[in-house]
Ligand binder design. Structure first.
Ligand code: 26Q
Length: 745
């Protein structure tokens, strides 16, 4: 790295703006990486994902190269603050959890020295930028390449053609280095050619509620899947000849949810059409090559493609999927499955292709993303497949990269760990369990770190949101995509109830607290948008009431993204993870908070279950109905109106939607929210996410935290115990498990 530092010394920074410097420094780093790109191994793993939520590469890559500190110093000598590059946009080629997980996984594999390569799409516009106007979400296009893209290398000579029935498109690879013990690559394909060809990689997730939008989404899925499979089969043929029996020996492919499942059919198509394999042989090769990760059990998020739609643009793929359906049916019959069981597992049903069923049938391994989620797959969603193919199913609890989510975003805490437990934990092969047993001695130092991270966060919020939060406030945060099942709506009611109780003095000694929200709603998700507006109405009520505003504040930050998370996560005391039990597959924000010393206030859902298993229930705040209790409520005729009749505070909170306390600007959206809880809608029963069932215990948990926090040292110890026991949630651990149990690399 000497060379990089020398070049950086020589760099003339006079009169250059941040963007020019950003580009030049990034290019120097890319130059220094050129000879370090690792050659593929004899056996390689490939991650197929329609999303990668990378965030900023600049600081992370300099850290991975070991030159972050020297760069800071050299720039300072030139009169430049390294933080100026924070104005560079995140690369947000993903929506949320699934995309960020893909980024953490690539990071961990490189750190561990494992040959894992990513394939995806180089969208021109990533996830929209969010602004709040009058408390409402406004979406703006995310032109993330506006300042250039110095971290990608266009591979002109490796482009290839992807064919649809109506037109063809050129897939041009762009390689992004993933730096660690190995330097791997994330290869993103850009669509080029005619205007309609170019459209394929223009937008992340075009609206899929129209015929036209659906078609485009299907084209995206096939586009990158086919480009990846075309490349891998060609490479195999060049290296090992046209016999593909050994293909699964050299290649293992992980399907990140069902979005790339069409790759399975594409492999079969190529093997049979181009390389002379029999259909049966091709199916066996495919089955031995693919693995599938499920990320959601919500019925509306399970992909089904209309047969007619697939036939229209990919007739051969449609044929292959139909043949797979027949083979599956025959096999299941032979295994003695009933008609109902076969119908439940069918790849083709009611004129559609059930992509999750295709993925399960055609994969060697199927995994859930947290222990509870995997149990739900085995006993619920895929119960029949689990009975027939029990060996396929396994759990791989998610993790997050400690490099971005601890070392980079919280160097102060990382230093404290160094001082207390030595530096060994920084190694990818190591962990920080050395902290265990030493937390008592460092509560004071930890509290100082936390206070400093809060100061930094509050400054950032003051700058970006124009809201001041007094130093020393207790910080509760709920940051994640906005969804009814994640229950930001429930947090809004809880805050409103706290407000009412502060006003009528039924709670005293309340430790001054701020609730921070960050969330984007899908542009067409009306209820989620109404919830944003409702939270902001509560925020302005609370923040503008001089009687409470020195005790309670509410902030909804704009444009929550990876970089914002890097500020919020270290500065938070309490991580709110309050989904309806059984619906959050894992959560990964919960892990980031834990790693940075926040306690979890949450339900027994997703990875929360394992978080409290590791960190101790006594060091966290668990409330609400369990999966079994929710199941019982579902079957026992849950009545939210009965809860409202009995609880005046809840009634007041829910009625605030319609009694004139707040205004939705005459849109009727608050009334619609109200109805969703009290009368339901054509597609669901009232309060389908059991908000009113869990609200009281939620408020009590928030109050218990508030009391405990006032005790100082005891609470800091709980927070530190979470840090010390968070090693399990490092994606290094997760990737080691994938490598050993699924990929065999
Ligand atoms: C479905 C049908 C049609 C088009 C799109 C989709 C679709 C798109 C995105 C379905 C699902 C997604 C994204 C899911 C997701 O992000 N899931 C999250 O994955 C995380 C990583 O495993 C988990 O931690 C979260 O719990 C889970 O919500």
């Amino acid at each position: 790295m000497k060379k990089f530092e020398e070049e950086l010394q020589k760099l003339n920074a006079d009169n250059k703006d941040a963007i020019t410097l950003y580009r030049e420094i990034s290019e120097l780093a890319m130059e220094s990486l050129r000879e370090r790109i690792s050659p593929p191994a004899e056996r390689n793993a490939y991650y197929l994902s329609i999303e990668y939520l990378l965030g900023r590469s600049f600081y992370n890559n300099l850290m991975e190269l070991g030159v972050l500190d020297s760069t800071k110093r050299i720039l300072a000598e030139k009169g430049i603050d390294i933080n100026v590059f924070e104005e560079i946009e995140d690369a947000a080629l993903g929506n949320g959890g699934l995309g960020r997980l893909a980024a953490c996984f690539l990071d961990s594999a490189a750190a561990l020295g494992l040959p894992l390569y990513g394939y995806g799409i180089r969208y021109k516009y990533g996830l929209f930028k969010q602004k709040l106007e009058d408390g409402r979400q406004i979406e703006l296009p995310d032109d993330w390449q506006r300042y250039g893209d110095p971290w990608s290398v266009r591979r002109e000579n490796e482009k290839r053609v992807v064919e649809f029935a109506d037109f063809s498109v050129t897939a041009v690879p762009y390689d992004i280095p993933v730096i660690g013990k190995r330097v791997n690559t994330l290869r993103l394909f850009q669509a080029e050619g005619s205007d309609e060809a170019k459209k394929i990689s223009e937008w992340l997730y075009p609206p899929d509620d129209t015929e036209e939008g659906k078609l485009l989404r299907l084209r995206q899925e096939y586009f990158f899947s086919a480009a990846a499979i075309g490349e891998l089969t060609e490479r195999h043929a060049a290296r090992y000849g046209k016999n593909f029996d050994a293909f699964p020996q050299h290649n293992t492919l992980q399907l990140n949810d069902t979005h790339p499942v069409i790759a399975v059919a594409e492999l079969i198509r190529l093997l049979t059409e181009k390389y002379g394999a029999s259909f049966k042989n091709a199916v066996n090769i495919a089955k031995a090559s693919f693995n599938y990760t499920n990320h959601t059990v919500l019925p509306e998020a399970l992909e089904c493609w209309n047969e007619s739609l697939v036939k229209k643009i990919l007739p051969k793929i449609a044929d292959i999927i139909e043949r797979l359906n027949k083979i599956q049916e025959k096999e299941l019959k032979a295994l003695g499955c009933t008609k109902e069981e076969i119908a439940d597992m069918a790849i083709y049903r009611n004129g559609t292709f059930a992509m999750a069923n295709l993925a399960v049938y055609m994969s060697s391994a199927v995994n859930g993303v947290a222990a509870l989620h995997t149990e739900i797959l085995k006993n619920g969603l895929f119960r029949n497949a689990y009975r027939v193919f029990p060996d396929k199913f396994r759990n791989k609890t998610n993790g997050v990269t400690k490099r971005r989510w601890l070392m980079l975003c919280n160097p102060e805490l990382a230093d404290l760990i160094d001082k207390t437990a030595g530096k060994g934990w920084r190694d990818a092969d190591s962990d920080y369990s050395a902290l265990i047993g030493k937390t008592d001695g460092i509560t004071k130092e930890f509290t100082e770190v936390k206070s400093e991270k809060k100061r930094q966060l509050f400054n950032h919020i003051a700058k970006h949101e124009g809201i001041t939060i007094p130093n020393g406030f207790l910080v509760y945060a709920q940051v994640k995509r906005l969804h009814e099942y994640k229950r930001q709506f429930m947090t809004a009611f809880a805050i409103y109830e706290l407000y009412v109780m502060l006003k009528n003095k039924s709670i005293t000694n309340f430790y001054p607290s701020v609730f921070i929200f960050g969330a984007k709603s899908a542009p067409s998700y009306r209820r989620a948008k109404a919830i944003i507006k409702f939270i902001n109405e509560i925020a302005s009520l609370v923040n503008n009431d001089p009687e409470v505003s020195d005790k309670l504040k509410v902030v909804f930050v704009q444009n929550y993204n990876v970089s914002y998370a890097e500020k919020i996560v270290p500065g938070t005391d309490v991580s709110l993870q309050v989904s309806t039990a059984g619906l959050e597959a894992s959560g990964t924000g919960n892990m980031k908070f834990m790693m940075n010393g926040a306690v979890t206030c949450g339900t027994m859902d997703g990875a929360n279950v394992e978080i409290v298993e590791h960190a101790g229930r006594e060091n966290n705040y668990i409330f609400g109905a369990t999966v079994q209790e929710i199941e019982a409520l579902k079957n026992g005729g849950y009545n939210p109106n009965a809860v409202l009749a009995e609880n005046e505070l809840h009634r007041k909170a829910v009625e605030s939607l319609v009694d004139g306390s707040f205004s939705d600007g005459g849109t009727g959206e608050f009334k619609e929210l109200y109805n969703s809880l009290t009368v339901g809608a054509s597609w669901h029963k009232p309060d389908q996410y059991y908000i009113l069932n869990d609200l009281e215990s939620y408020v009590n948990a928030l109050l218990a935290i508030n009391r405990d926090y006032a005790e100082g040292k005891v609470f800091a110890r709980k927070q530190l115990e979470n840090v010390a026991r968070s090693s399990y949630f490092s994606s290094d651990r997760t990737i080691k498990e994938y490598a050993q149990d699924i990929w065999h690399i």
